[in-house]
Design a protein around this ligand. Structure first.
Ligand SMILES: Cc1ncc(COP(=O)(O)O)c(C=O)c1O
Length: 498
């Protein structure tokens, strides 16, 4: 203590914090970061759709952490030089690989604001649960679930599928296996999904003790939709063999082709056999945003549970998705073992209307809702509906350009927003044609022209574009078609086939 009675810090015993020593310098750094983000997003279309990180940047990124810090300025410089130039691709107007949303500038800001508040959104009386509840009400309305349905934001549709199927397994098992363990049931359980179902359903079945092989793979029709007759046969066969049927997983927008299962017919089957109907609507459920597209997902409102992503067809930065369960008690059942340390009280921080910790495996949860709330308030729901419609129109346009080209072949019906195609070459056998199209895909990506991805349909390697990109213009699709024809012909010539 010095002469004025103030505490003086003994440098040997100074207490540390991670707060900046110079707040003004931190403020300036933040402004530079925002400037960088603006330039990045504004000029994104002028850069290659994708390029691989170079050796120098990989080495910089893989450098081990220093024992003594180098300061945020220096780290930011490294970031701008070695990290920022190598995005995954999905923010680019010509990125249509797998199913990835584009993100927006204001939602990136919202992520920063959420991290600045840094709440734990397990429960409690603070802002974040109210924001999340507003987002959940919106998602319920998109799928036609009433206010009494239960919902929670999770990291992605894979986790949402797991959450919903856990609820479905427990609800159909009599004694909830989450509490008793599966052995108490004494019989194996089975789930049902089309052979086009996303593999996150198999992952969920594995984690739920049903096993990948417990997911019966139901054949599809010409439009890649689940065959309802085969579904009933599979359920009957299990019943005869002493296997307990649990959930039927319908898909609204399959990952491969965007096919939408006949949701009403599947709801009828579930009602007849008293089974849990789950809809994996990772992206397709967003058709419910649009009055003109909603009929395509008719019947989704009859499901017991729905999984859908907000980071795909709502264009919100990764990762936020929603698990919805109509019966709130069934939703809580697998996730609410007792915990005295989580008691919610009448007043204080641990009060508040929501308890998200009993709705998924997560306890500590980030403020995922803010970027969704920010986006929907910024643009309004009507604009999102128009963008979803625009993507569907773009998919139809691309399909039209492909069928209009003598060099290209459309490989699946376009039910929604996914287009599968390949370069055709009459002189090539199936193996050579696959090899040509694989090379075509890689050259389109490596030239930075565009980012389609691939899949295999009925044994054929195909290029695949999923339109969940709000930056795409028709001219971008023209560039893809032109490049596919030009590069395909070059490869064909190089292969010595005319
Ligand atoms: C139909 C479908 N289900 C589930 C998923 C998994 O979603 P996520 O990657 O958000 O976990 C995807 C991803 O593309 C999908 O297309």
């Amino acid at each position: 203590v010095d002469v004025d009675g103030e505490e003086t810090l003994d440098p040997q015993n100074a207490e540390e914090t991670l707060d900046p020593q110079d707040w003004e310098a931190m403020r300036r750094l933040g402004h530079r970061m925002v400037d960088e983000v603006i330039a990045y997003h504004r000029e994104i279309g002028e850069r290659p759709a994708w390029k691989a990180p170079d050796a120098e940047s990989i080495s910089a990124m893989r450098t081990a952490f220093p024992r003594e810090g180098e300061g945020a300025e220096s780290v930011f410089r490294e970031f701008v030089e070695h990290v920022l130039p190598f995005p995954y691709g999905n923010i680019h107007p010509r990125a249509w690989g797998w199913v990835n949303g584009t993100g927006t500038t204001e939602a990136a800001y919202a992520d920063m604001l959420a991290a600045a508040m840094n709440p734990n959104v397990w429960a409690g009386q603070h802002a974040a649960p109210h924001i999340e509840a507003t987002v959940l009400d919106f998602v319920k309305s998109v799928v036609g679930f009433g206010d009494t349905a239960s919902a929670v934001l999770v990291s992605g549709a894979s986790t949402a599928n797991l959450v919903c199927l856990a609820a479905g397994r427990d609800a159909t098992a009599g004694e909830a296996p989450s509490r008793t363990g599966l052995h108490a049931l004494g019989v194996p359980m089975a789930m049902y999904a089309s052979e086009q179902v996303h593999n996150s359903v198999h992952k969920a079945a594995g984690l739920l003790g049903i096993g990948w092989e417990g997911v019966r793979s139901i054949p599809v029709d010409d439009g890649y939709r689940m065959d309802i007759g085969h579904l009933e046969q599979a359920i009957d066969a299990d019943l005869q063999n002493g296997v307990r049927p649990t959930c039927v997983i319908a898909t609204a927008g399959t990952v491969n082709t965007g096919a939408i299962d006949d949701l009403d017919a599947i709801a009828d089957v579930c009602a007849r056999y008293d089974l849990w109907m789950h809809v994996d609507g990772a992206f397709g459920a967003m058709a419910g945003l649009s009055d003109t597209l909603r009929p395509l997902v008719h019947g989704i409102e009859r499901a017991d549970s729905v999984a859908l992503d907000l980071h795909k067809w709502l264009y919100v930065p990764i990762g936020v998705a929603c698990a919805l369960v109509k019966d709130a008690a069934a939703h809580r059942a697998p996730f609410s073992p007792p915990a005295s340390y989580l008691t919610r009280l009448d007043r204080g921080v641990a009060s508040g209307p929501e308890n998200f910790s009993v709705l998924s495996p997560e306890l500590t949860r980030p403020f995922r809702a803010l970027k969704v709330w920010f986006s929907l308030r910024t643009h309004g729901t009507a604009r999102y509906a128009r963008l979803v419609e625009q993507n569907v129109e773009q998919a139809r346009y691309l399909a039209g350009r492909i069928t209009g080209s003598a060099d290209l072949e459309l490989m699946a019906p376009v039910a929604l927003n996914v287009v599968c195609y390949r370069f055709r070459a009459d002189g090539l056998d199936a193996i050579a044609l696959d090899a040509l199209n694989r090379e075509l895909l890689l050259q389109i990506q490596e030239s930075g022209t565009a980012v389609p991805s691939s899949t295999v349909l009925r044994g054929a390697f195909v290029l695949r574009c999923a339109m969940t990109n709000h930056r795409t213009k028709r001219s971008d699709l023209d560039r893809l078609v032109d490049a596919s024809v030009r590069i395909g012909r070059e490869i064909l010539l190089g292969a010595g086939v005319d």
